[in-house]
Write a protein that binds this ligand. Structure first.
Ligand SMILES: Nc1nc2c(ncn2[C@@H]2O[C@H](COP(=O)(O)OP(=O)(O)OP(=O)(O)O)[C@@H](O)[C@H]2O)c(=O)[nH]1
Ligand SMILES: [Mg+2]
Length: 431
């Protein structure tokens, strides 16, 4: 009996051990896969969202559930969470305050240089074809100097004539000729190349306007650019071309339809806006152009745009009331933003020749013009007009227009322009 009890006791003990032993391995394999991924997923998430750990705190149970529900994106989800949360510091900061802050306006790298000129002498040369072909500025100089091996310094007198005939203007021609003469007087031998080189050096000096020439920079956010000039000079077209350039450079523009006189002018700008993908701020027909520009600046601030390009109605420089209105537009613009307008670009039609000079001088006297856009250089044989304009006005040329297409606006580089118009240093007048 005692044996039976022992045997039974032993069996029970064995059964108990066996049972226990059995149960363990059966449960662990079930649990292992589940808990393992959970901590792995849970840990990186709060780390990644350091500032938003608050979000993880109130719902600690929710996380494992979420994690378990997203098995596949696990490795992707953790790194993806980082930038997303890092990019949200504003909402996180705003959370303690009751009204949530609006997201910051998108900024397209405002410090990146824009409108960077490329060396495109070939393109400029094609655009300046009329000044280079027979009867044009360059061709006149070539026929004057071409084929002569030794030249007397008196050849400079003929130069004077050629420059005057190409709308360089009296004062500028005189200065240039005097300086070329001086350069040549110290040369031991005056040949054709020496004259060309002296002339090119002079042209570069005049066009650099003390090193100021070249496109404007985006020095404010937004940078506000006001376009002014006489009727038909190319203001609206230049805005379209500039917006195209800036857009290609990743910059966001807002266009201001400040020409409220003509409905067609607004429409012209809207067409450019649609083409380039820019918002156009427009006012009522006949409304106050200053208010339109003001609103456009506000809109640009809201949108985080980089540039406001403001169109204005063409006006004759002789109409004093219209010139006074122009001044008012600039003043109202300044109320929208400190330092605005940052650029007042005077758009000048090169085909107006010497008349363009008189017009430009009047605008310069009325407004704080910061630069020149010389348009339609493709339409004149008198490309020398640019020398007179830059020299007489002492204003930097920022862009030149060499055609009607969107990509026909060239950021101005004196060296490239002179090479396109007068050839490269060391060469005689070659085609
Ligand atoms: N060939 C050529 N044509 C140009 C150039 N720039 C502008 N134009 C043309 O000149 C004409 C007048 O241009 P707009 O931009 O309307 O001139 P605007 O100064 O705005 O004129 P208003 O608004 O009337 O004062 C249009 O037919 C343009 O296509 C250029 O560089 N070359
Ligand atoms: Mg216009």
């Amino acid at each position: 009996m005692g044996d039976i009890v022992y045997v039974l006791g032993g069996l029970i003990a064995l059964a108990a051990i066996y049972f226990l032993f059995f149960r363990k391995p059966a449960e662990t394999p079930k649990e292992l896969p589940a808990p393992e991924p959970e901590p792995a997923r849970r840990e990186p998430a709060p780390k990644a969202g350091g500032p938003s750990a608050r979000a993880a705190e109130p719902e600690p149970k929710a996380e494992p559930r979420k994690a378990a529900a997203e098995p596949a994106p696990k490795p992707v989800a953790a790194p993806a969470a980082k930038p997303a949360r890092e990019a949200e510091p504003e909402p996180a900061k705003a959370a303690p305050a009751p009204p949530p802050e609006p997201p910051p306006p998108p900024s397209a790298a405002p410090d990146r240089p824009s409108l960077t000129p490329k060396r495109d002498v070939g393109g400029l040369r094609r655009g300046l074809a009329r000044s280079r072909e027979e009867g044009g500025f360059f061709a006149k100089l070539r026929s004057l100097l071409g084929g002569r091996k030794d030249l007397s310094p008196d050849v400079v007198a003929d130069l004077e004539e050629a420059l005057l005939a190409s709308d360089v203007g009296v004062a500028t021609t005189e200065t240039m000729v005097a300086r070329v003469r001086e350069t040549l007087s110290s040369a031991s031998r005056v040949n054709e190349i020496a004259v060309w080189d002296a002339l090119r050096a002079e042209a570069r000096r005049v066009l650099s306007v003390g090193g100021k020439a070249g496109p404007f920079t985006l020095r404010a956010h937004p940078t506000v650019v006001l376009m002014v000039g006489v009727n038909g000079a190319g203001k609206t077209t230049t805005i379209g071309k500039l917006a195209t350039r800036l857009g290609a450079d990743g910059k966001k523009c807002v266009l201001a339809a400040g020409d409220t006189f003509r409905a067609a002018a607004v429409q012209q700008l809207v067409v450019w806006g649609d083409r380039v993908g820019c918002e156009v701020v427009r006012g009522k027909d006949g409304g106050d152009p200053g208010s339109v520009v003001f609103e456009a600046v506000q809109r640009a601030k809201t949108l985080g745009a980089d540039v406001v390009l403001a169109d204005t109605a063409g006006r004759l420089h002789t109409k004093t009331n219209l010139m006074a209105e122009m001044k008012k537009i600039a003043k109202t613009t300044a109320k929208a933003m400190d330092g605005a307008p940052h650029e007042i670009l005077l758009v000048v039609d090169a085909t107006n020749g010497q008349n363009a000079l008189a017009q430009a001088a009047e605008f310069k006297d009325t407004l704080e013009v910061t630069g020149i856009v010389l348009t339609k250089l493709d339409g004149t044989a008198k490309g020398g007009v640019i020398l007179g304009i830059a020299d007489t006005l002492g204003l930097p040329v920022r862009f030149v227009g060499l055609g009607e297409r969107a990509d026909d606006l060239h950021p101005f580089v004196p060296e490239n322009f002179v090479e396109a118009l007068l050839g490269a240093d060391g060469e005689a007048g070659v085609e």
